[in-house]
Ligand binder design. Sequence first.
Ligand code: GTP
Length: 193
Amino acid sequence: MQIANLIFKLVLIGDGGVGKTSLKNRFLFNQFTTNYSMTIGADFATKNVVLSFPERDKTYKIKYLISDLAGQNRFESVRALFYSGAKGALAVFDLTRRESLYNLEKWIKELITNAGRVPFIVIGNKADLCNNSGFDCVRNLEIATFLGELEEKYDFRIRFIKTSAKYGTNVTRAFEIIGKLIVEEHIKMGLLQ
Ligand code: GTP
């Protein structure tokens, strides 16, 4: 079994209030708070993970540098600096706020401009509010249609996952998927075996 040590910088992007900080805190500390405290500029944190590819008999020890970018428009100029060196992104929208899905195009463009065509996944967060809670959540078909249009327009494949930072649903899984995509990309580019 071969083991490699790697550092991957990840950026969390998406509109203000969609749950980027909450997803990060759930992943890092297994914690959640209902208090909303807006991110100013960006927050940084690190976490070590182990990603296994049994089919290739490979294990990668990865240090994630997680940069949680402020979603509000007025932080746009500050954000540009924090994309530098990002190896992948988690593009987050709020399932209860339709416009946060459509704004993802702006976020993905900002990612490409500042970090290049790095792997990313789309996260529909606050899934817990979509179970008979009276919220008009964006339907799967509408999400798939919009993401399909983006795939065609920008010529990339988009992976999509629903999460709940509140209950921890799929949060670890989301960070695992993006890590594996980055590993695959590195292998494809000959940067990694
Ligand atoms: P900015 O810092 O402005 O960019 O916001 P953000 O995207 O980091 O959002 P944040 O994590 O601060 O969450 C905003 C609000 O949504 C907070 O009140 C959270 O408690 C709440 N929230 C986040 N994730 C979830 C979730 O999965 N379910 C529910 N019900 N509430 C959530």
